[in-house]
Design a protein around this ligand. Structure first.
Ligand code: UDP
Length: 196
């Protein structure tokens, strides 16, 4: 993994465009599923105290600097960082790219109705975008495998997950390996914002 190190955590201080182009290569080359973490100061702090979460972030494919405070700290410590790549901006950028490339997207998380509405908003914003499915984030662990099957059956190549930090990243780390060539992104409160 070609990342910088920040307190033992891999950080990818790359530009939004580069992150999107790396995602594009991954998907068109049919590489295995991979997770993008959108990190902020709070999530980095959590990696210090929570070894499970730390390992999840270490196993991720990209850790993008979503928080302004984190970007500030990276600059202070001399960790390379081009710009802040906010999770919501990455979600918009990847939705636009998915519309252009014909990649179906799946939206998982937030309160009932929110992901569906976010899907409608994104298809309005990015004509041609295929929302392969959406589902709220209030399901039990017993339902996990049904949710995974639903995502697999949808044919999604891009999966946005809004279950809050650290749950979304832990969930993706656990289940992405069961999916075929999917890029999963933890997007925190972004579905709420888009549906807003
Ligand atoms: N969320 C969810 N299921 C859960 C917990 C949270 O779908 O079990 C959703 C919540 O509704 C919200 C999103 O996760 O839309 C982000 O939650 P929060 O703002 O707490 O997390 P953060 O943005 O700080 O990561």
């Amino acid at each position: 993994r070609d990342s910088s190190d920040m307190w033992g955590i891999p950080m990818d201080g790359i530009s939004m465009n580069y992150a999107l182009s790396k995602t594009r290569s991954r998907i068109i080359n049919l590489e295995p599923s991979a997770m993008v973490v959108t990190a902020n100061a709070l999530s980095l702090y959590r990696t210090r105290k929570d070894p499970i979460y730390r390992d999840v972030v270490k196993r991720s494919w990209l850790t993008l600097p979503d928080g302004a405070g984190l970007v500030w700290a990276m600059r202070l410590l001399g960790v390379p960082v081009v710009e802040r790549v906010a999770g919501i901006d990455f979600m918009h950028g990847l939705s636009r790219l998915s519309a252009a490339e014909g990649w179906p997207v799946y939206l998982l998380g937030s309160k009932p109705g929110v992901a569906d509405e976010a899907g409608r908003k994104l298809t309005e914003l990015y004509p041609g975008l295929v929302v392969a499915g959406s589902r709220d984030g209030y399901f039990s662990e017993e339902e996990d495998l049904d949710v995974v099957q639903e995502i697999k059956d949808s044919g999604a190549k891009v999966l946005f997950v809004a279950l809050g930090m650290p749950k979304q990243d832990v969930w993706l780390d656990k289940y992405l390996p069961d999916m075929d060539g999917v890029v999963g992104v933890g997007v925190g409160g972004s579905l709420d914002v888009v549906s807003g």
